[in-house]
Design a protein around this ligand. Sequence first.
Ligand SMILES: [Zn+2]
Length: 494
Amino acid sequence: MARIAIGGFQHETNTFSSISASFADFEAPDAWPGLTRGGAMLEAVTGINLPAAGFLQEARSLHHELVPLAWCSAQPSGRVTRAAYEHISALLLEDLQRAGGVDGVYLDLHGAMVAEHVDDADGETLRRVRALVGPGVPIVASLDYHANVSTLMARAASALVSYRTYPHVDMAECGAQSARLLQELLGRPRPAFALEQLDFLMPLTSQSTLVEPMSSLMDRARRLQHAPLLSVCLMPGFPAADVADCGPSAYACGFSDAAAREAVADIAREVRAREHEFALELYSIEQAILVTTRHAAPRGRPLILADTQDNPGGGGNADTMSLIKALVASGSRDVLAGVICDPEAAARAHAAGEGALVELQLGARAGTTGETPLAARYKVLALGDGRFTGTGPFYRGGRFELGPMALLEVGGVRIAVASRKQQAADQAMFRHLRAEPAEYAVLALKSSVHFRADFGPIASRILVVEAPGPNVADPAQLPFARLRPGMRTSPRRR
Ligand SMILES: [Zn+2]
């Protein structure tokens, strides 16, 4: 039995977003728990598809004594404020210090956190934890599929483990793997590692492991992970980050320097050979409406429009209305859209009551350039308190707290509205408002890829639509200034 500290600090930072992540954002629960410490932390994460939860379960079955530190996450947004980063970093270190001697440390990190004052915030967190526990204590960190991995992160940790799926249905499994890996490192020398940062940015919507090329590239990484190697990862990175370590990377660690280097070189070579397959396929709103009007969705198999650029899972605000306006204007019927974040509209709908008609200026509150609300008379079809549990493979077990919610109808379009922003990646977000997604002809979802886990199986066709929003789908359109030399902002086409 070993004493193992467990903590977490997750944020995916879109440095092009002007809305920063404050300490209050980390304190508030969403689909995942708010900031939690001590024994309460162990309870708060249990049962959710989260790395910390998978780690806990596995470490318990290995009969380790668990020492809980702080755990928190905030919705993707602009940089984490200096105050929030320093406060949470201090909590983690304070809890670790108070724990006394530990035999190992596990951290549930994202890998693409950027703070106001530190570009490589996850590297800095690992560096501080390493400085506190010393060189001999193994530190294992799990990372998101979208981690922008730095040399500092790889050097400060004993081992890194990342998700292998996008949609991330294996977050808990990644935590469990981290526990097994930490077990192997107890009492052993620090493993060797190899890291290769690749030289082109991969658009998010081209990264899904449900389709090629990532499907077979991930299989390749998985197959390379065997003794003497402990972890072999391909991380496509989070492209909306103007920092030197932004971009895809291949990582391996284990008890053979040569094997780690070979595995990483193998993955990097294969990614380069398939670079052209990462080129984007996007539909304009006009093209999407044209397809919508011609597409005859079989019953129970809607057409899905992914409103990717306003995906709150990538730093969007879930309130741009251009795609929904076009659907209303085109006279489309049986459309279900959302989830729009508009606390004021939700409050007005609650005040009016189910069945009432309300005049609303819906959406466009975050000030995205050129966006205006959809002013109309809406029928309030259903109301909810925003508290429900995720049922899909991605948000499984997540205890949502989205504040007052409403299902509003205008023309042939029904719009789910919430008081807090959350990526539309779980059918429970609509069922909470008595709307069954499969019964609609068209779904317009504020999500880039994660929706595919729960909605993919019911879709007759999926289009990724380039409607306005801060989560720019094509990294080549972003005004980068700090990428490393030689980095290309879009994949080469053949
Ligand atoms: Zn991710």
